[in-house]
Design a protein around this ligand. Structure first.
Ligand SMILES: *[C@@H]1O[C@H](CO)[C@@H](O)[C@H](O)[C@H]1NC(C)=O
Ligand SMILES: *[C@@H]1O[C@H](CO)[C@@H](O)[C@H](O)[C@H]1NC(C)=O
Length: 398
């Protein structure tokens, strides 16, 4: 029995090694840290997903053009790598062998061809399925009861990321449904980022670290201030559970979709970055304007999100509508967001004690949106902010 088990372990390790360059040593590290054994998500994933802008209206031409735009705009070069299909890519029925099929009119070349196209651009392809009998919007087949078969299908197509939704689940606990797909993906022969989307239903932060690379902590975001801020707050509760390999997910970005003001989108992007959330763009990057591009391409803000320490920044102070969010970065630096969530202009102040600095510490403060540095700051950081506006800094002790 022990020999059989040992053989099985080696077998699984070698499959994973072939699929995604995961070494046995690295795998061991993750197992001991109770993280998903695919080695992915060492920093939060960055990319694009079709849902927030295109909803059910997707087809292969759009996906290819999005991959083209990811490269031509320069977004790929600064770290955005996943091109993720959401619901509505599949045919309504499985084939006679029970395999999922792409919709033949909208994805006539098939998903494998699409993956090849995306991979040739140096990008990765993500797909969507559901931990139930039918998907949410497209009512295409779900993967409940077909986990092994569907994971193998995704691997054979060259899929790199799976978003796994929660509709039509027959009241079965996500703690039963999501581990099955996690296992199936690990056995599929390919390293596939696993994104749990059970909407925070059973507090996945407390149990999903060994199962997925990210887990939604909230229901779906909408393109408005109230929705965005409440997702930020709900996600914040679970900050201590996030880390390299497993991230809290307050849902995808609405930046550039048009219903929030520029300062609101700036706050959205700043807080998502600070909270180590997946940075999945949700607008039409083929047609984004300068302002949207400026927000999404801020390398200094992205560097906070991708910092190797991987500690989720959180809300550390709240005085009515005036908030301070902060978190540690590698090399003793600290990221800080000063945020005025109120309807009138106001001054927001972070005292060193609010953000975990000794009172005598002298820092330089880099303003990540103004791209300017103030040297020799002592005791506090303070700024005047328009309604809903924020400023984001990295403090470096001198
Ligand atoms: C394929 O997609 C089109 C356009 O959304 C839709 O009208 C059609 O019903 C789909 N076909 C199948 C077989 O799922
Ligand atoms: C966008 O930015 C470019 C380069 O800075 C500039 O030339 C162009 O006028 C801008 N367009 C708009 C619509 O702001």
């Amino acid at each position: 029995m022990a020999v059989v088990l040992a053989f099985l372990c080696i077998f699984v390790l070698s499959i994973n090694a072939r699929g995604g360059g995961v070494t046995a040593a690295r795998l061991q590290t993750h197992l001991s840290a109770n993280l998903l054994a695919n080695g992915l998500g060492q920093t939060p994933p960055m990319g694009w997903n079709s849902w927030n802008h295109f909803n059910c209206h997707i087809e292969e031409k759009l996906i290819m053009e999005t991959a083209d735009a990811m490269v031509s705009t320069g977004l790929a070069a600064i770290g955005y790598e996943y091109i993720n299909l959401d619901d509505c890519w599949a045919q309504l029925h499985r084939d006679s062998q029970g395999n999922l099929l792409p919709n033949a009119s909208t994805f006539p070349s098939g998903i494998k061809a699409l993956a090849n196209y995306v991979h040739d651009k140096g990008l990765k392809l993500g797909i969507y399925s559901d931990a139930g009998t039918r998907t949410c919007k497209g009512t295409m087949p779900g993967s409940l009861g077909h986990e092994e078969q569907d994971a193998k299908t995704f691997a054979s197509w060259g899929i790199d990321y799976l978003k796994y939704d929660n509709c039509n689940n027959h009241g079965i606990s996500p703690k039963k449904r999501y581990p099955k797909m996690s296992e199936a993906l690990l056995n599929s022969g390919r390293a596939i980022f696993f994104s749990l989307c059970e909407w925070g239903q059973e507090d996945p932060a407390t149990w999903a670290a060994g199962i997925g690379n990210s887990w939604r902590t909230t229901s779906d975001i909408k393109d408005n201030w109230k929705s965005m801020t409440s997702r930020a707050d709900e996600n914040d509760k679970w900050a201590s559970y996030a880390g390299p390999g497993g991230w809290n997910d307050p849902d995808m970005l609405e930046v550039g979709n048009g219903a929030m003001k520029t300062e609101e989108y700036r706050a959205h992007f700043s807080i998502w970055a600070l909270a180590k959330a997946p940075l999945l763009i949700g607008c039409d990057i083929r047609a984004m304007n300068n302002v949207t591009f400026e927000l999404l391409s801020n390398k200094e803000v992205i560097a906070v999100n991708q910092d190797k320490l991987g500690v989720q920044g959180k809300k550390v102070k709240k005085d009515g509508d005036l908030e301070v969010w902060a978190g540690p970065l590698s090399d003793g630096k600290i990221a800080v967001v000063l945020w005025n969530r109120g309807p009138t202009e106001a001054t927001v102040t972070a005292y060193w004690s609010d953000i975990g600095l000794e009172s005598a510490t002298v820092v330089s403060a880099r303003d990540l949106w103004e791209h300017s540095t103030q040297a020799s700051m002592k005791g506090q950081l303070s700024t005047n902010l328009k309604p809903h506006a924020c400023r984001m800094y990295v403090l470096t002790p001198q």
